[in-house]
Write a protein that binds this ligand. Structure first.
Ligand code: AMP
Ligand code: MG
Length: 325
């Protein structure tokens, strides 16, 4: 179901009144507030249970508005904005005066992007200002990719939910530090490293492209209730069956190469072969295994190229150590 014109007007008035609106974007659903209203921004942190030191992304209607929100834009940042907006690319730049410190976790930099979704763009046009929005989920849990996910997770915490159907990309934006002429990826996402390098004409640094499979240094985030264990692709079936025999309710992410393998597990997700389809479905798959009451998810990492880099990053973070059991 898609939001109506009336719904967009209502959402804009909720933002003007200091309320919170869940909005669809091409990446995941966001929990939006008027970026220039510190009290509304503070409510986002409260509803999400997110520490106030974690900065938010300011969503704007078009690349031509960039200079209203940031200062000193390097030529490389300008190039990336022109080439990839609207789209799943977030640029970190120097904070402009309009952006309150509440939205940046106290930093002098700010994250900005133009979402590529007709409902988000219609809302930004109707509202007229910037909308600061993190993913519309409780802090640390799986990001919502449908309006139903948002309602299930945040309930009355959100004043209005705009329904724009399932998010096309399904994983969050690529975050690029663009404060200097040599941009660096801070978080892989919907715009691939390869696409960024093609436009910049040089290699771009990606911090998390390490060969380590289940690192201890990745605190848990993007995580389902079930514990996530990552193993080599050819060990997925054996690991899942062993854990099931030991009494776990095991959910398996079955790689396409093993599509026909019979697996003795509680629930099996047959992964799509295309990375775009995998990214699109990833958070829904994790939610489905939670709904089916799996306590353990056995998965492997995809090849870290294209969207596979973002998928692997989210799986590693989902498998990271938990603050509580
Ligand atoms: P979320 O929208 O929940 O995916 O979170 C927004 C992401 O943007 C987080 O990973 C933040 O750490 C990152 N971010 C936002 N602003 C900044 C900033 N000024 N510097 C570095 N990272 C940022
Ligand atoms: Mg998030």
């Amino acid at each position: 179901m898609t939001a109506t014109t009336g719904g967009i007007e209502k959402a804009a008035s909720v933002l003007r009144a200091g309320g919170l609106v869940a909005l669809p974007t091409e990446t995941v659903y966001g929990l939006g507030a008027n970026a220039e209203d510190p009290a509304a921004v503070a409510r986002i942190f409260q509803v999400k249970g997110r520490p106030p030191s974690h900065p938010l992304i300011v969503h704007i209607a078009g690349a031509e508005q960039l200079d209203d929100w940031v200062e000193k834009v390097p030529a490389a940042a300008r190039l990336l904005a022109e080439r990839f907006w609207p789209g799943p690319l977030t640029l970190i730049l120097r904070r402009g005066r309009r952006v309150p410190l509440e939205a940046t976790g106290g930093l002098e930099t700010v994250a900005v992007r133009v979402p590529d979704h007709p409902v988000a763009l219609a809302l930004l046009a109707a509202f007229g200002g910037g909308v600061t929005a993190p993913s519309a989920n409780r802090f640390g849990s799986v990001s919502p990719t449908t309006a139903d996910h948002v309602r299930a997770e945040l309930g009355d915490g959100v004043d209005f939910v705009l329904d724009g159907g399932a998010c096309r990309v399904g994983v969050e934006s690529t975050i690029v530090d663009a404060t200097s002429e040599i941009p660096a990826i801070l978080r892989p996402g919907g715009v691939t490293r390869e696409d960024l390098e093609a436009v910049l004409g040089r290699p771009i640094v990606v911090p998390s492209a390490s060969p380590v499979r289940v690192p201890g240094e990745h605190p848990s985030h993007y995580a389902p209730r079930a514990r996530v264990v990552l193993v080599e692709p050819d060990k997925v079936v054996a690991e899942a069956e062993l854990a099931q025999e030991l009494g776990h309710q095991v959910g398996v992410f079955l790689p396409p190469s093993l599509a026909d393998a019979p697996v003795k597990a509680h629930a099996v997700v047959a992964l799509p072969a295309s990375m775009a389809a995998y990214a699109h479905g990833l958070y829904g798959f994790l939610r489905e295994l939670d709904e089916r009451e799996c306590d353990l998810v056995v998965a492997s990492l995809p090849v870290e190229e294209g969207l596979g880099l973002a998928i692997a990053n989210r799986l590693r973070r989902a498998a990271g150590p938990r603050l509580s059991a």
